[in-house]
Design a protein around this ligand. Structure first.
Ligand SMILES: C[S@@+](CC[C@H](N)C(=O)[O-])C[C@H]1O[C@@H](n2cnc3c(N)ncnc32)[C@H](O)[C@@H]1O
Length: 221
């Protein structure tokens, strides 16, 4: 085989390897795991702090394509999810992400998924049915926060809990590298939540380097 042919073959193989790696991967997040043991490690390291229980009805506000909720459902069965977003293009990716994840773990995920499109100032979620509402990495992105946060009181059931997961700033002026929004400081978040009528029940550190915090609240209303 002459040299040019060998080089061409080599280039072809390299292109093939890279294109195979990205085939069927329905999202481009760098951080999301690509095998079951990594999904399990993320759950055991911090997603367990959402404390989701089997059989619960849970809304996730600003769920994106639902990847975190799908991953939680790999470990906690029979959750009825309401994945809520204002960006329909992210919700459209959900089916593909679910299929990709089921393929990774080699079995179907036992959960019900309802997709809900809301607006900047209203969630469009049904009232009074949620055992748990999650806001995973979304609180800082909501522009009309007072309207959404006041509506959440009506969405939770009697003993319902609200979990906010945020990467909290360690010093003033830090920004989120992915979205460019400012990181919130803890005293601001806690004061704001108190003003909206929520009581802090638990505060846990999920991951130290990025100061990933999980706050659990109930409604004082
Ligand atoms: C950083 S992403 C997090 C997505 C997902 N929760 C995750 O952790 O992968 C924030 C999401 O919040 C959504 N969002 C922003 N404002 C919102 C609002 N008022 N109501 C619902 N979702 C909102 C955005 O469309 C975006 O998908």
């Amino acid at each position: 085989m002459d040299f040019q042919l060998k080089v061409l073959l080599l280039i072809f193989c390299v292109v093939l390897i890279f294109s195979c790696k990205s085939v069927n991967k329905p999202y481009n997040y760098k951080r999301f795991p690509d095998n079951f043991s990594e999904i399990q490690r993320d759950y055991e390291n911090y997603y367990y702090l959402n404390a989701c229980e089997p059989g619960e009805t849970i809304a996730s506000i600003g769920a994106g394509n639902g990847i975190k909720e799908i991953q939680i459902s790999c470990f906690i069965e029979e959750i009825t999810w309401y994945l809520q977003e204002i960006d329909s293009s992210r919700l459209y990716q959900f089916e593909e992400v679910l299929a990709y994840r089921e393929n990774l773990i080699g079995s179907s995920i036992s959960a019900d998924f309802n997709l809900v499109l809301g607006t900047e100032n209203s969630t469009s979620l049904p009232q009074g049915i949620f055992n748990r509402i999650l806001m995973l990495n979304v609180f800082h992105e909501i522009e009309s926060r007072d309207e959404i946060m006041m509506e959440i009181h009506q969405l939770l059931d009697e003993d319902g809990l609200l979990i906010i997961m945020e990467r909290i700033g360690k010093t003033e002026g830090e920004i989120h590298s992915d979205c460019g929004y400012s990181k919130l400081m803890e005293p601001i978040v806690l004061q704001e939540m108190n003003d909206y009528g929520y009581r802090l029940k638990r505060k846990q550190l999920g991951e130290e380097m990025s100061n990933l915090m999980f706050y659990t609240f109930d409604s004082k209303k």
